[in-house]
Write a protein that binds this ligand. Structure first.
Ligand code: AMP
Ligand code: MG
Length: 397
């Protein structure tokens, strides 16, 4: 198969999964569990917001036409109550932020611009009609849809749900993501490895990434580098909503993952992407389930999850909009690389996000270097030289 560029591969993942129209099961959650879940219903306002015209300042409710001038203060209104009367010519009501604007008033004057003495208030400037008043329904009208199904809820959305009286809400069930490490050299974390063996770290970084992205990780035992055992484990993994394999997708003699998948009549959408780390990445579908064969080097597994598998997981979770933020930061030193591959290299972004410095590393097996990074520097495939001070894209970790 022809290798794809980074953006073509990402588009392929998103378009292929969207075309399959995933429809995850729906469940109900309370507000305490709603943040970061994906909404499975449209939410409508149950009343106008605000429900009455409200003052957005502490001060005096007035008739703009009466100003400047000295007005008779006929009462007070604060949040949580309503002024019973009506403001007539030459009158004002003292008003607090959030309080309903008394009828007859069409403006609020900030307390800072008023002088009160006994029953009178003196205001030496004029007022614009409607100033410092939020009209009824200006934020949302009753029955208007304020949140759409498919949105991943953030804390503002949770506030909105609360404001419109939704104590519980329908969300999509989290996709179950099978994580299947491969390799004869891989041993369990609790085991003391021989010097030619490696502890299984990929299953745990992936489990953390899956959970963070809104999935439920399900660990499958390590597949040995034989066709039979790998097939048995892949069949297990295909029971989940999404299967993530790690390792076994390079061109080595014992990299049997693609062969086994082909034997299961898998469809392959791509099996190489022009990126580093992670070039031998595989994306396909078998028995109706999508899978990724993520390259086994720890940094490759981490990066390819973030830039490809996370999008897949989010779509399978019912999320409508998929994004990958690649903001710009200034390089603190000159950077160059060989063109042809889009590179995602460990880097340190300054506290304010404006400056980026590559982290020294020894290749995609260097987990300690990955922990020193808080971002990836993203070097374009068609640009070799980045002078110091140049803007370059970054991906937050
Ligand atoms: P592979 O893609 O199977 O050739 O694996 C490449 C390298 O990634 C291996 O030599 C290991 O060093 C490393 N690796 C593979 N799987 C894991 C894993 N589950 N945990 C940590 N490192 C791994
Ligand atoms: Mg291997």
């Amino acid at each position: 198969m022809v290798p794809l560029t980074f953006s073509d591969a990402r588009d392929t993942v998103i378009e292929t999964i969207r075309a399959a129209r995933p429809s995850p099961a729906v469940e109900e959650t309370g507000l305490e569990g709603a943040c970061a879940r994906v909404l499975a219903e449209d939410i409508a306002a149950d009343r106008d917001s605000p429900s009455v015209a409200r003052s957005v300042r502490d001060g005096y409710a007035v008739r703009a036409i009466d100003l400047p001038g000295e007005l008779e203060v006929v009462g007070e209104v604060r949040a949580g109550e309503r002024f019973a009367g009506r403001i007539g010519p030459g009158q004002a009501v003292e008003i607090m932020t959030g309080a309903p604007v008394p009828s007859g008033a069409d403006a609020v004057v900030m307390v800072e611009y008023t002088k009160r003495s006994d029953g009178l208030v003196r205001i030496d400037r004029s007022a614009e009609p409607h100033q410092f008043i939020n009209p009824q329904g200006c934020e949302a009208a009753a029955h208007e849809t304020v949140l759409h199904s498919g949105k991943r809820l953030d804390y503002c959305d949770v506030a909105l749900l609360a404001a419109f009286g939704r104590a519980t809400v329908k969300v999509y069930r989290r996709p179950v993501v099978a994580i299947l490490p491969t390799g004869d050299e891989i041993v369990d974390v609790g085991q003391v490895p021989e010097e030619f063996q490696i502890r299984n770290s990929n299953a745990w970084s992936l489990a953390a990434q899956v959970a963070r992205a809104g999935g439920t990780p399900q660990l499958v035992p390590v597949a040995r580098d034989t066709v039979d055992h790998t097939r048995e484990m892949i069949e297990r993994g295909l029971a989940a909503d999404l299967l993530l394999l790690s390792g076994g997708v390079s061109a080595g003699k014992y990299d049997v993952v693609e062969e086994v998948l082909a034997g299961l009549e898998a469809e392959f959408f791509f099996d190489r992407v022009l990126i580093q780390p992670g070039q031998p990445l595989v994306f396909g579908r078998a028995r109706g389930k999508f899978f990724f064969g993520l390259p086994g080097n720890p940094a490759s597994t981490m990066v390819t999850f973030e830039i490809f598998a996370r999008a897949a997981l989010e779509l399978l979770a019912g999320q409508a909009e998929i994004s990958l933020h690649l903001p710009l930061a200034r390089l603190t030193r000159e950077f160059h690389h060989r063109i042809g591959l889009t590179r995602f290299l460990p880097a340190r972004l300054s506290a304010d996000g404006s400056a980026v410095t590559p982290v020294e590393w020894h290749g995609s097996g260097d987990i300690p270097a990955m922990t020193r990074a808080n971002a990836y520097l993203v070097a374009d495939a068609d640009r070799a030289e980045y002078p110091r001070g140049e803007l370059i894209r970054v991906l937050l970790k």
